[in-house]
Design a binder for this molecule. Sequence first.
Ligand SMILES: [Zn+2]
Length: 71
Amino acid sequence: MSKAQNPDAALRRFERRLARVGVELVDLSTGELSCTSCCKGWWFNLRPGGRLYRGFWKCPQGCNDGQSYSR
Ligand SMILES: [Zn+2]
């Protein structure tokens, strides 16, 4: 097996990390996320250079405040 990561696998890992903190990726192209507890949706914006900002995964209603997102 090659260590090269294909985009699909990277996306699945991203989705799994989000799932652990109660978040569902709705649409990667628009950056839409949704909370699995309250179904509230929000959008994360990538910083210049494509970096995710701290806490991008947090539900605006605070449902997953006690969780920690691991990279
Ligand atoms: Zn929520």
